[in-house]
Design a protein around this ligand. Structure first.
Ligand SMILES: [Zn+2]
Length: 717
């Protein structure tokens, strides 16, 4: 008898029907897998699994929903090694894991590990899920002994031909390193980022399946969490990304159910709104409304469609819109209750819709920032808007490729600020390669083109940079050398202060959540650095302030002062991606705050914002009184204080509203500057550095073009 298998031997195999997504091959008929004896999991589970009375009105045999079948069968599909389930809560995941485990114990034994986020979760899975299932399913009877004599504990169960270990993913020790054929990682977004010094639990657990390549199963489940930080999202992205398509009852158009297609009447009372909920077919030519029964009927005709080619990893996504237990009106009233509270809304998006949360509450949205750019001249042709009264600069030193990224900002009352220019300073050597950041030429360029430049103000005067902060980061030496050649901070009883224009301050960031300027290095430490003292900048404090301002304060359409507003000129999208490159994470258990960079994101513009804010603090922005601002206004040639101008305008508008014959103020031509009423005498002394700040700012005296400085930079925004 020939032992060679030929194609016709395999094709008519009756098990072919059990593998709807796979072609039968040699693998399917090896004696190791014995497929002819084993039905796919969906069939096996309906035959053998009994829903325990703890989870249904009475113990009852399991009947799967149409959309559950393909997910279940992935477990018994010999071509699938890795299964990712990114789904809404209480829809699929736990039942699936239970059935996989039962099948393994009864039919296809081997070592199994089930991981839960904590030891406590592991214990409750064992007691509340595993124990009732073993008790109620005849197929499992007698396979796991109740006593501890057979080596069985709550977290470790032996059965003929295998064992299951249930662990909390809190230590990557012995448990994670055990060799397993089946690894089930439940709720993986809740695992710690890295378990102590031992490394990542998920990576180690997956490594433990190496010896079973070809027959191993790795299952990862969770509802998604925050965009950029979700393990399950990354795992789903690496899979074939299957989505459930269902047909419209009216036009048969196949579609993935989306929350955006759930509509309700908005012109009725809040109480009535949920009652008007319906699903609207996404086909624009159809637009039929579906009621709950039509939606549920559509879900029985589900078809899973992959969005990427299959390479051993199957990924499934599903939301509560497919749930046979949820009516649309229930979901809409849930939404109406939660949508205004970011924390509750996040839970709804993650656990009901099964979608990622873009953490708008803790990271600025680059699209929004981009959309509110203002058209004022910047960078090489910069003109400082009227309310910007002093300038700072910040430099981030980057090694790869070697460059200095520099941003100049103008500051006004209430910490309102304007990005005036963003410069990427690089220099090529004769051989065409970029000069390293240690080369003096690069720093010379920074000096000439940014630090020594005068910047045009809308008033016609020109302003110098008051303070430039430079991150000492990983290459402190050239920063110290640069600082040595320039004006340095002066130290008095009140601490560090700026005593002259163009002061250069080497800084480093720390996690201080409360202070912008966190500390200044002691003099004895500075001896080694030729008396250069380093200012520690509270990056957490500044980022928190920045994120709140970016979220909550928008520029005014009339150009009037807007305290706290951050203004940006027409930079490219890249700038705003850098500015929004980090997300604030508050760890729920400890309350610890962490700023986490999004994967592969560049964050130089965020860093230069932070350093500029520190520079503004060193200039004194947090202590300035109205008298200081008024003096600075006079110094740039603004004679009418903002408060008087506002009063005059309000009076004008009030008059216009009384007399209908007067054209509205907005249509009138821009009023000529009013002759200065005597400016109020400033009541406080202006710091000495500000008194001298604008003395060389007269265009006649500086001899520079009043319309920009005509400088050219390689690579700026
Ligand atoms: Zn339709």
């Amino acid at each position: 008898m020939s032992t060679e298998l030929t194609l016709p031997d395999i094709l008519p195999d009756p098990t072919a029907a059990y593998f709807p997504n796979s072609l039968p091959t040699l693998l399917a008929v090896t004696s190791f897998l014995r497929p002819s004896e084993r039905p796919p999991l969906s069939v096996w589970a309906e035959r053998n699994i009994v829903l325990s009375s703890e989870y249904s009105k009475r113990a009852t045999r399991l009947t799967l929903f149409a959309w559950q079948r393909e997910v279940f069968d992935a477990f018994t599909d010999p071509y699938i090694e890795d299964i990712t389930i990114m789904s809404a809560r209480q829809l699929l995941k736990t039942l699936f894991l239970q059935c996989c485990l039962a099948y393994t114990i009864a039919e296809d034994q081997g070592p199994v590990m089930i991981a839960q986020p904590t030891d406590e979760d592991a214990r409750s899975f064992s007691k509340e899920r595993l124990a009732p299932m073993v008790r109620d399913c005849a197929a499992l009877n007698g396979l796991i002994s109740e006593s501890e004599k057979g080596g069985n504990t709550i977290l470790n169960k032996e059965f003929p031909g295998g064992s299951v270990m249930i662990v909390g993913a809190t230590t990557a020790g012995k448990a994670a390193r055990r060799t397993n054929r089946i690894v089930m990682l439940d709720e993986i977004d809740k695992y710690q980022a890295s378990v102590g010094k031992e490394g990542d639990f998920v990576t180690i657990a997956v490594e433990g399946t190496q010896t079973f390549i070809g027959s191993r199963k790795i299952i990862k489940t969770c509802s998604p969490t925050t965009a950029g930080f979700s393990r399950i999202d990354k795992s789903y992205a690496a899979s074939d990304q299957r989505k459930p398509y269902v047909p419209c009852h009216a036009c048969n158009h196949m579609q993935v159910l989306k929350w955006a297609q759930v509509k309700w009447d908005t012109d009725v009372s809040d109480e009535l709104k949920p009652k008007t909920a319906r699903y609207v077919c996404e086909n624009p030519a159809c637009g039929a409304s579906w009621n709950d029964y039509q939606r549920w009927a559509a879900c029985t005709r589900v078809e899973w469609r992959a969005h990427r080619p299959f390479a051993g990893k199957a990924g499934f996504w599903i939301s509560h819109l497919y749930s046979p237990w949820k009516t649309l009106s229930l979901m809409v009233s849930d939404w109406l209750e939660k949508y205004q509270d970011p924390m509750q809304l996040k839970a709804f998006i993650n656990t009901v819709l099964g979608e990622l949360w873009e953490d708008a509450g803790s990271a600025p949205d680059p699209e929004v920032l981009y959309s509110r750019r203002e058209d004022y001249p910047h960078t090489d042709l910069a003109v400082i808007p009227r309310n910007g009264l002093f300038l700072t600069a910040a430099v981030d030193v980057q090694e790869s490729p070697p460059r200095l990224e520099c941003e100049v900002k103008a500051w006004g009352r209430g910490r309102e600020n304007w990005s005036i220019g963003y410069y990427v300073i690089q220099k090529q050597a004769e051989n065409g390669e970029l000069l390293p950041v240690s080369s003096p030429e690069l720093w010379q360029k920074l000096d000439q083109e940014v630090l020594q430049a005068l910047y045009q103000h809308e008033s016609g005067r020109q302003l110098p940079i008051m303070c430039m902060c430079i991150d000492t980061g990983s290459t402190p030496k050239p920063v110290y050398e640069f600082a040595l050649r320039h004006q340095r901070l002066s130290f008095g009883p009140a601490g560090a202060k700026i005593a002259a224009i163009r002061t250069v301050v080497p800084i480093k960031g720390n996690d201080d959540p409360l202070r912008v300027i966190s500390a200044v290095s002691k003099e004895n430490q500075s001896v080694k650095r030729q008396n250069i003292r380093i200012v520690s900048v509270g990056t957490h404090c500044i980022k928190q302030e920045l994120f709140e301002l970016l979220k909550g304060v928008r520029p005014r359409a009339d150009g009037k002062p807007q305290p706290g507003c951050c203004h940006f000129p027409m930079y490219t999208m890249e700038y705003f991606h850098m500015l929004a490159s980090e997300t604030r994470i508050v760890h729920e258990e400890t309350g610890d705050v962490e700023y986490r960079k999004k994967p592969n994101a560049r964050n130089e513009a965020l860093d230069t914002f932070v350093y500029n804010r520190a520079a503004a603090a060193l200039v004194g922005i947090d202590r300035f009184t109205e008298a200081h601002w008024r003096k600075m206004e006079l110094a740039v040639g603004i004679n009418v204080p903002y408060s008087e101008e506002k009063e005059a305008e309000e009076a004008e508008q009030a008059a216009a509203s009384v007399d209908p014959s007067t054209p509205p103020a907005s249509k009138a031509p821009a009023p000529a500057p009013k002759p200065a009423a005597r400016p109020p005498a400033p009541s406080g002394p202006l710091p000495p550095h500000l008194q001298s700040a604008h003395t060389d700012a007269d265009p006649q005296r500086s001899g520079l073009s009043p319309l920009g400085r005509g400088r050219k930079f390689r690579g700026s925004f």
